[in-house]
Design a protein. Structure first.
Length: 613
């Protein structure tokens, strides 16, 4: 046997108090009285022998010492060695990401179910087991590290609440592995809706709290911008996805309001695991609040059902065009956007490269420099030679005509609102794609349009000539493609918009008060945060406004929207660890307290009824 809190054993000195009172008790005094009749009657009623009176006094002292001893031993928490199957340390891991707020038919969230199961398991642990508590969402957080204080662990567990963030279990696993390496016979108890990846199954127990038949549809992508070829109009890109665990096809309604008035109403049919991309046109003025609300019968997860954003203010996009011989249809497409107030174009010649002015996007047509700019996104139209990541083999004049093109990635932002069914183009080069470029259009077996990211900057490459293509110049496809490419390349630039689309867990550099129109999962509310040290961690979903900037926070996570269903295959085959201890040893503190209480009752009874003093 050993004690978990042996430093409290020093309280045994309290036994000296009743001993001193017993040894140095006050002696009887002789007092003259007028008559002894009354005292003689009392002595006849309570006539006892001397040895019995002495025994009662020793019994009273013994009971007092037993009360003190039992109380001190209970505070020291005696315990014995646990059974062979019991863990020496347990790392409790709790998923508190957004998906854990999904509610079942009884209204319980997945996190509430996880806490209930963990409480039952923790209460059955022997007292000597070392506990650690780790909660994770976008980042892991160690709430309790290597402690035997079970009560504190349960308190911290009860305080956990789901956060509107994307879960990242890989980061949590790194922390958990470090904690398990600090103690022998360590086990991991994980409660969530999906198991941790790449974990040692022999020491891992997964408590699957996912629902048997979840139903969810949510917004997994959002962006808003001014319409390319129209004045005072905006376009909101929305991607809606359904969870793979949905039982059947469902119909969702997307309700869009602008300044409190209904602006759009769309119905979307989605198969399980399917997605749909929409472009929602809006007409309004800067600052008007747009709210999107996705509704579906039986939806159990609310944080991905709404977006709120103000209509942004944009300045013209500055584009530098450097061309050996400009294509007239490229100039026509740029001119239409200049007239609409969307672009400012800086023109240059190859001989004057590099340019002194720094635009938002570079456009090279029929010419490429020896090295592409590394600090700005680039669009390369019909390159005559290779340069850096742009590897192309130029075809001889007049090129290779194609009656049609095939869209490889129709959901890519470059291809929004572009129909390829009637496109006929003339290929001017064979593009060799590296690992950073993704093909978007295929003509025959060759890519003619590709996009990607190289060294942190976006890159778009085309290998066709609009002027020599039979139908491309007569359709709005090429102006839309060029406009989409310009805005996609400059999407990460804060200069083109005062609206920033963030995700919970990101940081914003602001100071002072930040006001929110927050989506709580069921309604929009007004709230605020106080930014300190010019830094604020985004913990909400909604639209925020500071002194000179504004932005939007959206969940937009397919990983959280795709709620997993409860399946036996999802959990490791390892059963939950057994917990065994010597019978009664873990209950000794409680038994000692009950014993002390019983002795107090017994002493009180003897004192008042049997004259033990």
């Amino acid at each position: 046997m050993r004690f978990l809190t042996p430093h409290l054993l020093h309280l045994a000195w309290l036994a000296l108090i009743p001993l001193a009172l017993y040894l140095f008790r006050k002696r009887a005094r002789r007092v003259p009285v007028s008559t002894l009749l009354f005292f003689r009657s009392l002595s006849r009623e309570h006539q006892e022998s001397a040895w019995l009176r002495k025994l009662k006094k020793w019994l009273s002292l013994l009971l007092t010492l037993l009360v003190i001893a039992a109380a001190v031993l209970a505070l020291a928490r005696p315990t014995g060695e646990a059974g062979a199957d019991s863990p020496g340390a347990v790392v409790v891991v709790v998923d508190r990401s957004a998906s854990m707020s999904a509610r079942d038919a009884q209204g319980r969230t997945r996190l509430e179910e996880a806490k209930k199961r963990l409480r039952d398991r923790i209460n059955g642990l022997p007292d000597q087991v070392i506990l650690s508590l780790v909660a994770f969402d976008a980042r892991p957080r160690v709430l309790l590290s290597r402690s035997r204080n079970r009560r504190e662990c349960l308190r911290l567990l009860n305080e956990l609440q789901p956060q509107p963030m994307d879960g990242r279990p890989d980061a949590a696993l790194t922390v958990v592995k470090r904690l398990t390496e600090l103690e022998t016979k360590s086990q991991i108890w994980h409660a969530g809706d999906a198991p941790l990846p790449d974990v040692d199954k022999a020491a891992y127990a997964f408590m699957d709290v996912a629902m048997d038949a979840p139903l969810n549809v949510g917004i997994t992508g959002f962006q808003i911008r001014r319409a390319l070829l129209a004045r005072d109009r905006y376009e909101a890109f929305v991607k809606v996805s359904a969870a793979k665990a949905n039982a059947a096809k469902l119909t969702a309604t997307l309700e869009v309001t602008l300044a409190g008035r209904l602006a759009q109403l769309r119905e979307i049919d989605l198969e399980p695991g399917a997605s749909a991309s929409l472009i929602v046109p809006l007409e309004g003025v800067r600052g008007q609040l747009m709210e999107m609300h996705l509704k579906a019968a039986g939806d159990c997860f609310g944080w991905d059902d709404a977006v709120v954003a103000p209509l942004p203010e944009t300045r013209p996009l500055v584009v530098a065009v450097v061309a050996e011989k400009a294509d007239p249809f490229t100039e026509l497409a740029l001119a239409s956007m200049i007239e609409a107030g969307r672009l400012e174009v800086l023109k240059g010649q190859p001989a004057a490269w590099p340019m002194k002015d720094k635009p938002d996007v570079y456009v090279f047509e029929n010419w490429v420099p020896e090295a592409l700019p590394a600090d700005r996104p680039v669009i390369v139209l019909n390159p005559p030679k290779s340069s850096g990541p742009v590897q192309v083999r130029h075809l001889q004049e007049p090129g290779l005509p194609h009656d049609s093109v095939r869209s490889v990635a129709p959901d890519h932002p470059l291809l929004f609102r572009i129909a390829t069914s009637r496109l006929a183009i003339t290929q001017t080069g064979v593009l060799e794609l590296g690992g950073s470029l993704e093909p978007l259009w295929m003509a025959g077996n060759e890519p003619v349009l590709a996009a990607g990211e190289v060294n942190g900057q976006r890159l778009v490459v085309t290998t066709f000539s609009p002027a020599r293509s039979e139908q491309l110049a007569l359709l709005p496809a090429f102006p839309l493609l060029l406009g989409n490419a310009l805005y996609w390349c400059a999407e990460n630039s804060d200069a083109i918009s005062d609206l920033r689309v963030l995700h919970p867990g990101d940081l914003i550099t602001e100071s002072g008060l930040v006001e929110w129109t927050e989506w709580t999962g069921s309604q929009f509310t007004e709230s605020s945060d106080q930014a300190e040290n010019n830094l604020l961690s985004v913990q909400r979903i909604g639209a925020w406004k500071a002194a000179d900037r504004r932005g939007v926070s959206v969940l937009a996570s397919m990983g959280e929207t795709d709620l997993p269903g409860h399946t036996q295959e999802a959990a490791p085959a390892t059963a939950l660890p057994k917990i065994t201890a010597h019978a009664g040893i873990s209950d000794w503190p409680r038994l000692l307290l009950w014993f002390a209480l019983g002795v107090l009752v017994l002493e009180s009874f003897l004192f008042h009824r049997k004259a033990v003093f």
